[in-house]
Design a protein around this ligand. Structure first.
Ligand code: ADP
Length: 551
């Protein structure tokens, strides 16, 4: 540990909290700049809302949410309208303070008028969300899933998901919310930090009993009852990819501000904790994303009153050790060097000369991982085809890709990887969702001064001019008014005091321009049409500049 930094550079920096724990200029850091801000409850809800506006069906895995206090009246009016149109709808809502964790400050309400307006809401903004009333129960208890996801690279996007996760159980039998049981946290909130204080909490000594179990043990149980576990996994993978696609625009803005392109700087990776709730129907719903998931593999035990001891927790150990071990294996700089000195054969897909089947989830998404590390050459069945996708150019082949007489890498003696690549593996199926990413690329292009995350009025005008978006119906004066209106509103909501237009404000302005121009189309087509126009005009401009440069 180097709490005060270290003079000699390292290959990998493992920071405790954030990217900014040390000043670093090379190697790899286990945190992205701005990740903590990006996954805060309010920012996540905003990013998901933008995606829900564009792709309502694809993003229906995030509960309907409103931001308090700024959307209080919208929340009240929308709930009234929904109740009027469907009188049998008896919703419950969950209020969660922004930046809170471990269930801190969370409460349930039946009616918008029950929001506790005194004091805290003004000083501590919150998200109010539709409460999922019918979760899947195991042993009559509500539980949620903590899944570990490795964001290995932002550009190009590389995502890995851990094969196993944790299931964290409530400690009181679940009942659908009523005015009488709304306050019963051990029934409604699955947080370990809360339930540990319940007399019913059972420290697990195996992976399939007690108040914290492995997710795989739940899957086994569901599978034995005939549930379609493959479909569940594919839904979860899809939820993870879509969520990261929603987060990348903001992350890219932070990234370029801390590590400007062309300047020396580290690269980043990060382990994220996804909290997912399964509905009775087995549909996974995203609750939140944690930038710093706990990696503790021990828990405290009270030996005698007031005397505590740390004892190993087999369930945590089973899941978390593998996640950290394999993250290090994937980012290991030595691996690349070893790869360069090893004789390798081309990926199996090319050797067999077969194409990937069109269906995304025809076989268990995890079969690929197991096959990859198996010492016995797998048979050319569809599952082999799935596991044999060409690895990305940056990725070293796995041990089984090496010729038998090649020198064995230290990896050969390790267990098979618990982290499974899902992006770019499934990029084709999800790339059409990356519209806001393209809007963010425009934003970053016009930011101008390095080290900033906000666009000034001149940058916005240059964007409009270079993309030729102003005309007789939309004068430059109207451009300035649009900039001022939107920027002022966003800055009045935020805690960030830096002046200028933030990414979300730019996205709103962009949507506004797209709607103006392509009135009759659905929003996603309006946005993609305007993007095409902008990208095309900027490419033409770039071409002209190059030509002038040569001339
Ligand atoms: P925190 O960061 O404080 O843990 P979460 O968003 O994870 O906040 O919520 C805490 C717990 O509340 C979750 O673990 C889950 O059990 C429950 N919960 C959160 N949101 C919902 C929801 N929309 N519907 C049902 N239960 C929820």
């Amino acid at each position: 540990q180097f709490p005060f930094g270290r003079r000699l550079p390292c290959d990998i920096y493992w920071h405790g909290v954030s990217f900014h724990d040390n000043n670093i200029f090379s190697g790899q850091v286990n945190k992205f700049p701005g990740m903590m801000e990006t996954v805060r409850k309010i920012t996540l809800s905003r990013a998901m809302r933008t995606m829900q506006d564009l792709f309502p069906l694809e993003y229906d895995f995030y509960p309907r949410s409103w931001i308090l206090p700024e959307e209080l009246s919208l929340f009240v009016s929308e709930v009234h309208t929904m109740k009027d149109s469907n009188p049998s709808w008896k919703p419950t809502f969950i209020v969660k303070p922004d930046g809170g964790c471990q269930g801190d400050g969370i409460y349930l309400i039946k009616d918008p008028s029950d929001i506790r307006l005194t004091g805290s809401i003004q000083s501590r903004p919150a998200v109010v969300q539709e409460y999922i009333c019918k979760p899947l129960l195991v042993d009559k208890l509500k539980f949620d899933i903590r899944l570990y996801v490795l964001l290995k690279s932002l550009e190009p996007l590389e995502i890995y998901i851990a094969k196993d996760g944790l299931s964290r159980f409530c400690t009181e039998p679940y009942q659908e919310p009523t005015l009488k049981n709304l306050h019963q946290v051990f029934m409604h909130l699955t947080n370990y930090s809360l339930n540990i204080h319940s007399g019913n909490f059972i420290h697990s000594d195996s992976v399939n009993t007690g108040s914290k179990r492995t997710f795989s043990s739940i899957l086994c149980r569901l599978s034995s009852k005939g549930a379609d576990v493959k479909k569940l996994w594919s839904d979860i993978i899809s939820l993870v990819i879509k969520t990261i696609i929603a987060l990348t625009p903001e992350l890219k803005v932070y990234y370029q501000s801390d590590i400007p392109a062309g300047k020396p700087g580290p690269t980043c990776f990060q382990i994220l904790g996804f909290d997912i709730l399964l509905m009775k129907s087995l549909k996974p719903m995203l609750l939140e994303v944690n930038a710093n998931p706990s990696m503790r593999i021990e828990h405290e035990q009270e030996l005698s009153p007031g005397v505590f001891e740390n004892v190993p927790s087999p369930v945590d150990e089973e899941v978390k050790v593998a996640v950290i071990r394999d993250t290090l294996r994937l980012v290991d700089p030595q691996k690349k060097k070893r790869k360069d000195t090893h004789v390798t054969v081309p990926p199996k897909q090319q050797r067999l000369g077969v194409q990937e089947p069109p269906g995304l989830w025809e076989v268990s998404p995890w079969q690929g991982v197991d096959e990859m590390s198996s010492k016995v050459p797998p048979k050319p069945t569809p599952s082999v085809i799935l596991c044999c996708r060409c690895p990305s150019s940056k990725q070293a082949p796995e041990a089984s890709e090496e010729l038998p007489d090649a020198p064995k890498s230290p990896e050969a003696s390790l267990p098979s990887l618990c982290l499974k690549q899902v992006f770019p593996k499934y990029a084709k199926q999800f790339s059409y969702l990356r519209l806001v990413d393209r809007v963010a690329a425009l934003f970053i292009r016009f930011l101008g001064v390095k080290g900033t995350t906000k666009l000034g009025p001149t940058g916005f005008r240059t964007f409009i001019r270079n993309c030729k978006l102003s005309n007789s119906n939309f004068s430059m004066a109207a451009v300035d008014i649009l900039y001022i209106d939107i920027t002022r509103r966003w800055n009045s909501m935020g805690i960030d005091k830096e002046s200028g237009m933030c990414l979300q404000a730019f996205v709103e302005a962009f949507f506004c321009l797209a709607q103006k121009r392509y009135k009759s189309l659905p929003l996603r087509e309006q946005v993609s049409s305007l993007l095409e126009v902008c990208e095309c005009r900027l490419a033409a401009l770039q071409g002209k500049r190059l030509l002038w440069g040569c001339g």
